[in-house]
Write a protein that binds this ligand. Structure first.
Ligand SMILES: Nc1ncnc2c1ncn2[C@@H]1O[C@H](COP(=O)(O)OP(=O)(O)OP(=O)(O)O)[C@@H](O)[C@H]1O
Ligand SMILES: [Mg+2]
Length: 313
């Protein structure tokens, strides 16, 4: 299947500064793609390039089969964007803000009221729908902007830090919504976030930007491997076999640290791809194994390790 987003060498300069540098990327339909990077790394600029709000300096992008820089208007009918600082019409009510957009995005008149009511309900704004947006709290404005970005059932939803202003309940609702849109409706989500647990929980694949360059791309496990991170491993064995188990592993693997107590071996410093082999060694030494649980690296560990690798301090 053709990717819904494909860029080749996509670049954008502002003056002599290169905000996005030779970005080559493919994203497939239904994916939840996490886009990470420090402040100023080029995430928002990329979102703007992919929606035809900015033209590239060089390179190309195809989104839903269209070229954003020349077919931006048609493209934006099929994409939804929550920008970093969404502009609402503060003089209008929540309902009116959505109604104006529904018309702008050609939401059919016969489904418009129902769609608006549904989104106001989902984002817990129904009881404040007739109040002016100027009187909304920061999180309420964010929720209204989120509702607005999905009014026209976009095929790709670009969310630039969607939960930054939300309380834990609101953030959870947005997470559930993202998962539902992807898993049940096959919509593609392009999620820029600084919230690493959020990215780890939601995203199928992650791209990490640094100074305009994509420095890593893949599933969390792949990024951990690329960053050279090791995993922790806990192995529960029969207590009588513990000494043999520790000795076996120490003989074969010099770089690991083993802490053993009672039935438990706690191992650190192992490369994830060695785990099956370690278990095989233990089985061969007649160790009775009851439980093996790898302690995965967090996306936060991976994120820092990747940056460290590119730019050692
Ligand atoms: N309109 C503009 N004019 C000049 N420079 C710009 C413009 N937009 C972005 N930049 C610059 O491009 C670089 C990338 O900015 P961008 O907003 O894409 O970063 P970001 O990854 O979204 O950062 P953040 O996490 O802070 O939102 C920054 O150095 C920024 O100052
Ligand atoms: Mg940004």
């Amino acid at each position: 299947m053709e990717p819904v987003i494909k860029t080749v060498g996509l670049s954008r300069n502002f003056g002599d500064q290169r905000a996005v540098n030779e970005l080559t990327l493919e994203i497939h339909q239904g994916e939840i793609f996490g886009f990470l990077g420090h402040n100023g790394a080029g995430k928002t600029t990329t979102v703007r390039l992919l929606n035809g709000v900015l033209a590239p300096t060089s390179g190309s992008a195809i989104v839903l089969g269209m070229k954003p820089d020349t077919q931006g208007h048609d493209l934006r009918q099929r994409t939804g964007v929550l920008t970093e600082t969404p502009a609402l019409d503060e003089r209008l009510s929540g309902y009116e803000n959505l109604a104006i957009y529904a018309d702008l995005y050609n939401v059919p008149q016969n489904t418009k009221a129902e769609r608006i009511a549904y989104l106001l309900d989902v984002f817990a704004l129904a009881d404040r729908a007739q109040d002016k947006a100027a009187g909304y709290s920061k999180g309420m404005k964010q929720r209204l902007a989120l509702a607005r970005s999905m009014l026209h059932n976009p095929e790709i939803l670009f969310l630039d830090e969607p939960t930054a202003a939300l309380d834990p309940v609101g953030a959870r609702q947005v997470h559930d919504m993202i998962l539902r849109l992807s898993h049940e409706e096959g919509r593609t989500i392009f999620l820029c976030t600084h919230n690493l647990p959020e990215a780890q929980r939601l995203c199928d694949r992650i791209g990490v930007m640094e100074h305009g360059r994509l420095i890593a791309l893949g599933k969390t496990e792949e990024l951990a491997h690329e960053a050279g991170l090791t995993v922790g491993l806990e192995i529960e064995v029969a207590e009588e076999d513990r000494e043999v188990a520790a000795a076996t592993l120490r003989t074969h693997y010099r770089n690991i640290t083993i802490d053993s107590q009672h039935k438990q071996l706690s191992i650190s410093g192992a490369k994830p791809n060695l785990i099956p082999e370690m278990i095989a060694q233990l089985v061969q030494a007649n160790v009775r194994i009851y439980r093996v649980s790898p302690q995965d690296a967090s996306l936060e560990d991976i994120y820092f390790a990747l940056h460290e690798k590119v730019q050692p301090s």
